[in-house]
Design a protein around this ligand. Structure first.
Ligand code: APR
Length: 313
């Protein structure tokens, strides 16, 4: 039997998720969205079915508003949410998206209690915290997609800067999905060689800054909405690691219970993703400078999570 992928939210990221999941034949796909938008999503699902003859995939792709259609899903990727609108404060947005995550958590808990859940909705580190709290799922079953994307951006910018194949750039970005995330130049290599010897300190500083601001750079270009291709592919990499038991080491927002000195917070750390979900968080020693940066991002995520706690979550 084919696996089942539930995509909660069929907007910009959701539609690319559906296309990539189909092209990789990860399983049948159910896209769930709100009644006012579901016809558009039904159109997207049908369009993808009609792409199959050339896309060379077998997958059933449907759109729905009904959680019973996600029954038994193996993976759930959550992009449901509202973007920030004019006149809305960050807190207003947090409130709106918490309500949406609450609805999603109830639906998944009831109908797909064994799904490996990947939260993408922003503010990411807080939304994954709320989703975990409300589902009560084991911690290995819930994670947030951020570090995989931030690391992809870091690698892409390095390849562009040095004019080399991105395939040869390996690295990692830790921390929350915000402007104080922590790219680690010390642990980044290009064709096995240390980045710190291939780029000047000024170049590295520029790359770190661009990575931290990468989401904003795209928002500014779009004028409305945020990135969708790279976030979608990043979430698919995580889903595939789980479905195919690939045992990949990917940075993702995982629940730390003592690791990296963090307790009770989802934050971007290197995780082993296997058929067990987030099988374990891999700890390494950070330098004093790296640790100071990591503590800063932990403080930011703690502030947002505390706002959720103040709202009763
Ligand atoms: N249940 C299901 N879907 C919902 C709900 C809900 N309660 N509320 C909203 N949605 C749907 C919207 O109708 C829309 O189709 O979620 C979708 C969100 O899609 P977009 O607005 O296009 O946003 P997208 O660019 O896909 O980003 C989704 O990921 O990276 C983050 O910041 C981004 O939080 C945003 C999320």
């Amino acid at each position: 039997m084919r696996k089942k992928i539930a995509l909660i939210g069929g907007g910009q990221i959701g539609q690319i998720l559906a296309m990539l999941a189909a092209m990789k034949e990860l399983g049948d796909i159910v896209i769930l969205d709100v009644p006012s938008y579901v016809n558009v999503v039904k159109g997207k699902a049908l369009d993808l079915m009609e792409m199959a003859p050339h896309g060379d995939y077998d997958a059933n792709i449907i759109a729905t508003t009904d959680y019973t259609d996600v029954t038994g899903a193996d993976v759930a990727i959550i992009t449901a949410g509202k973007p920030r609108e004019a006149g809305m404060t960050r807190e207003d947005l947090l409130n709106v998206n918490i309500q949406i995550i609450k609805e999603v958590a109830e639906g998944i808990k009831k109908h797909a209690p064994n799904a490996f859940c990947i939260v993408v909705t922003n503010p990411l580190d807080a939304m994954v915290y709320v989703f975990h709290k409300l589902t009560g799922f084991p911690k290995n079953q819930v994670c947030g997609m951020a570090g995989t994307l931030d690391t992809a951006r870091w690698r892409a910018f390095i390849a562009m800067e040095l004019n080399v194949s991105v395939a040869d750039v390996a690295g990692i970005v830790l921390g929350g999905h915000g402007p104080d995330m922590v790219p680690l130049p010390r642990l980044t290599t290009v064709g096995g060689l240390p980045l710190t010897e291939l780029a000047t300190p000024e170049q590295i500083e520029r790359l770190v800054h661009r990575t931290r601001e990468a989401g904003t750079e795209i928002v500014k270009l779009f004028g409305k909405g945020s990135a969708f291709f790279s976030p979608a592919w990043s979430a698919i990499v995580m889903a595939e690691a789980y479905l195919k038991d690939k045992r990949r080491i990917l940075p993702c927002a995982a629940l730390c219970e003592g690791e990296y000195g963090v307790n009770g917070l989802f934050i971007g750390v290197p995780a082993l993703i296997s058929a067990k979900g987030v099988e374990k968080i891999i700890e390494i020693k950070l330098t004093d400078e790296e640790r100071a940066m990591f503590e800063k991002t932990v403080a930011s995520v703690t502030r947002t999570v505390n706002e959720c706690k103040a709202l009763g979550y």
